[in-house]
Write a protein that binds this ligand. Structure first.
Ligand SMILES: Nc1ncnc2c1ncn2[C@@H]1O[C@H](COP(=O)(O)OP(=O)(O)O)[C@@H](O)[C@H]1O
Ligand SMILES: [Mg+2]
Length: 509
């Protein structure tokens, strides 16, 4: 990336610009291949997407090749494209006519007479350290001076398109996933998500549901802790019994003990009659203690006794109540911190963490974000009776780069709002809350951002060098760079260069 010529940089800029257009993803990528052809002489560009399940590379976008009715795919290791997909290493072929590995599945070069005079370049498209696709093109061998140089150029293009290619790959994958009938997670509840982290959660739910073991569900707010509690209950032998939900943070500290364990008439001011606590209500069922970290010390002591001896005393009573309720607790706090701060009993902490289930934050669930978004679009378009069917690519990109501090709940609210606002069949950027609109623009993908910055810096130093050489004369600098004065003027403005400085610098030095 360190020695691009001015023409190459201009091409990379044109490509970055095409990728910033509000077009359909495929149109953007076709435009990129077009720029490669006109500006870099790289003809018949092709972008294939790697199918993660089968390892096959499937041709998705092509330039100067008619793909109508042709289905082109390469198995792992098959042909040059398949080889690049498999190894993640670029391959250059100096002459197509003499290369046995070259399969020409697309049939685009069958009728070319100059096959021998064509070089073939093929590089992996890497996103998040994974090969997500393959970018290839032909170039007349006569125009190639250095093969490595051409590969480096194509690799720079691959870096720029990586994020878009990843989105295309995700779309394909989602289409497949939707077609697949997968046993959701055995819970019969709609828990959406196929990421590794969630698969582990499903396995833990299945594993623990049968027993009466105490479970502690942890995870940031909105990650689905309540849903997990419901899934465990629904899959347990107690599913016909009650599931009693208690939000410990929503009940005043003075009332929590009575709420959970009940009280006798006259146990405290205002206790006019006897009250059965939630633990008694949960007999033969499950009690879900949400925000368990908020329990008062007295309630903690009683809960500990319940977990140890299955017994407790209602407030103001000498009666000992036995309970068989299964306890599932949840917290979005780090309970070990509460213990360290002396706010949570150590012995209770150990009793609760017998079987912990950690729910990963949404930002760590990759593709699940899109599966969940689709799920909520369906849910709210039905509920709100609006014909919203899809999410635009720009929105998908914004979703993938957002950090989702409110996790699944935030995504759900965001989609509900967007479905409400949408006028047509699709959710667009303008239907998103401002936090997401900004996020989407400010983080144009790690790779593209990095490359963009490098290109900018390199372009700047080339122009500055030329201006120094030309003593601030822009026409002369343009000639030195092999470009037009208009372009140099444009770049000077855009990059904030002061040409007058170089007149002075030369005179002084
Ligand atoms: N995996 C999931 N699939 C579908 N919906 C989910 C999922 N996880 C969370 N939700 C939904 O997101 C919202 C918040 O979930 P909730 O269980 O209340 O989170 P928490 O208790 O961790 O704050 C709920 O409407 C829930 O139905
Ligand atoms: Mg909750």
């Amino acid at each position: 990336m360190s020695h691009h010529t001015f023409e190459e940089l201009a091409a990379l800029h044109a490509i970055a610009k095409a990728l910033a257009q509000p077009w359909d993803l495929r149109e953007q990528l076709e435009q990129v291949l077009g720029e490669m052809s006109t500006r870099l002489g790289m003809q018949r560009g092709m972008i294939s997407i790697l199918d993660r399940d089968t390892g096959e590379a499937v041709l998705e976008v092509a330039h100067e090749i008619d793909l109508e009715g042709v289905d082109v795919s390469y198995r792992a290791g098959e042909g040059i494209t398949g080889k690049v997909a498999q190894t993640g290493q670029p391959i250059a072929v100096p002459s197509l006519g003499q290369e046995a590995r070259f399969l020409d599945r697309a049939g685009a070069r069958r009728h070319l007479e100059n096959r021998d005079e064509l070089a073939f370049l093929c590089v992996p498209v890497i996103y998040d350290s994974r090969v997500v696709g393959i970018l290839s093109a032909d170039k007349p061998a006569g125009d190639v001076t250095e093969m490595d140089r051409e590969l480096a150029m194509l690799a720079s293009v691959a870096e720029l398109i990586a994020k878009s290619v990843n989105v295309l790959a995700l779309e394909d994958e989602n289409r497949r996933l939707r077609r697949m009938v997968h046993p959701v997670n055995g819970s019969g509840l709609d828990m959406i998500g196929q990421s590794k982290g969630m698969q582990e959660v499903y396995a833990l739910i299945r594993h623990v549901a049968d027993s009466a073991t105490t479970v502690l569900v942890t995870g940031e707010t909105g990650t689905g802790k309540e849903l997990v509690a419901k899934a465990i209950h629904a899959n347990s032998p107690r599913s016909k019994g009650p599931l009693v939900m208690v939000n410990c943070a929503a009940i005043p500290e003075t009332l929590i003990e009575s709420e959970l364990f009940g009280h006798e008439k006259g146990a405290f001011t205002g206790a006019f009659r006897q009250h059965r606590g939630r633990f008694e209500e949960a007999r033969n069922g499950t009690i879900f203690l949400d925000e368990v970290g908020e329990l008062s010390p007295a309630a903690q002591a009683k809960l500990l006794r319940v977990l140890q001896e299955k017994q407790f005393q209602p407030l103001g009573s000498s009666r000992l109540v036995t309970t068989n309720a299964r306890v599932i607790a949840a917290t979005n706090r780090r309970l070990e911190d509460c213990v360290a701060e002396g706010k949570f009993r150590t012995d209770l902490y150990y009793r609760l963490t017998v079987f912990p289930i950690f729910l990963p934050p949404l930002r760590d669930r990759g593709n699940d974000i899109i599966l969940l978004a689709d799920h909520f679009v369906l849910k709210y378009s039905k509920e709100l009776k609006k014909p919203v069917k899809r999410i635009t690519n720009a929105v998908i990109e914004a979703f993938l780069s957002h950090s989702w501090p409110g996790n699944v709940r935030e995504l759900e609210n965001c989609i509900e709002r967007a479905v409400l606002l949408a006028k047509g069949p699709s959710i667009e950027m303008m239907h998103l809350p401002p936090s997401l609109q900004i996020g989407g623009h400010e983080e144009p993908g790690r790779h593209a951002g990095k490359l963009g910055a490098v290109i900018g810096a390199q372009e700047r130093s080339m122009i500055v060098e030329a201006l120094k050489e030309a003593r601030g004369n822009q026409s002369q600098a343009a000639r030195l760079l092999g470009t037009t004065k208009r372009i140099v003027q444009y770049k000077i403005r855009k990059l904030g260069i002061d040409p007058a400085k170089y007149k002075a610098a030369r005179r002084k030095g």
